[in-house]
Ligand binder design. Structure first.
Ligand SMILES: [Zn+2]
Length: 93
């Protein structure tokens, strides 16, 4: 059987992830923990208290374009670290 060649396009892209978590008992559906530590904190809070905790993860992928300039809202270090892909070319818009 012949293997197909995998063609990878060299398209620039960015991936961002937002993670938030909370405890249904302590905070209801209001998020209390954000960023890269949110899931672990929710798990540990459940282990310590037995409370029902939740984690919500959303992912944003952008192909092409230019990186967002000033973000309208604060970007967590985890979200910033989640940006991968080809860096923007110098002088390109
Ligand atoms: Zn709790």
């Amino acid at each position: 059987m012949r293997k197909r060649a995998v063609v990878q396009a060299a398209r620039p892209y960015r991936v961002g992830r937002d993670v938030k978590a909370g405890c249904a008992t302590c905070f209801g559906d209001r998020a209390q923990w954000f960023g890269g530590q949110a899931q672990g904190t929710a798990a540990q809070h459940h282990d310590k208290t037995g409370h029902e905790t939740w984690v919500e993860v959303s992912m944003h992928i952008t192909y092409g374009g230019t990186p967002r300039a000033a973000a309208p809202r604060p970007v967590s270090p985890a979200a910033a670290a989640g940006f991968v892909g080809l860096p923007p070319k110098a002088g390109s818009r």
